[in-house]
Design a protein around this ligand. Structure first.
Ligand SMILES: [Zn+2]
Length: 226
């Protein structure tokens, strides 16, 4: 065991469907707790950009239109958790996604001195709210800046603040596509949620509310002694 794997304060895992605001909340909470926010999406992009062996292997899966294997994802996370900034804990966002990944994480945590099982928070959102949030998303085709007609509207109706281009909706954010994404998410994460519920360090947070209210409850749930 290397020195950096000792005395881990704890691991936090955020689960939640698209539209739950998981990434935003994870960034806020991690900053406040002084631990790194490890997003599987960022980890992926970094490995692909830096052309690491893992990134190159992952890209070949993606280019064939296949899901990236658990082993690859697990290995990216294992490497990241070995970095010095993870010594006192970390917040995982987008990992684990499968039971196999959850088992790997458990093994990684067991190797760290003083590190118990992860605290898992599920950000639950109702269908109506998800459709409002994702359905309101617009993107500028020129500079790729993203807006939300409800929470981050452009200054002028439906045009980009930076270049005046007409904003567009991605096919992924249309209601029919949202419905499919949610069904896929639920099928994938239901066993994971059951698994962590049984483990006892599982919290359900109602993410239908405002960003500030959600952050507040997250701090309440994650504060020591709760
Ligand atoms: Zn723009």
């Amino acid at each position: 065991m290397s020195r950096t794997e000792r005395n881990c304060a704890g691991a936090i895992v955020f689960l939640g469907p698209p539209g739950a605001g998981k990434g935003t909340q994870a960034r806020l909470v991690a900053r406040q707790l002084g631990i790194p926010h490890i997003s599987s999406g960022d980890l992926f992009r970094e490995n692909v950009e830096k052309q690491t062996p893992l990134g190159l292997a992952a890209r070949s899966f993606m280019e064939r239109g296949e899901l990236v294997r658990d082993e690859l994802v697990n290995e990216m996370v294992r490497k990241r958790l070995g970095e010095p900034d993870c010594e006192w804990g970390f917040l995982l966002d987008g990992y684990p996604r499968t039971l196999e990944q959850a088992e790997t994480l458990k093994g990684l945590l067991q190797k760290r001195e003083g590190c118990g099982p992860p605290v898992v928070v599920n950000l639950g959102v109702s269908y109506t709210v998800i459709v409002q949030r994702l359905g309101g998303r617009r993107i500028c085709p020129v500079c790729q800046r993203t807006y939300n007609l409800i929470s981050q509207p452009p200054s002028n109706d439906n045009v980009c603040d930076d270049d005046g281009a007409a904003l567009q909706q991605r096919p992924d954010d249309r209601e029919e596509a949202i419905r499919e994404r949610l069904a896929a998410h639920e099928a994938r994460t239901a066993p994971l949620i059951e698994h962590y519920k049984a483990g006892g360090r599982f919290y359900e947070v109602n993410a239908d509310r405002s960003l500030e209210q959600i952050t507040e409850e997250l701090f309440r749930v994650l504060s020591p002694g709760s």
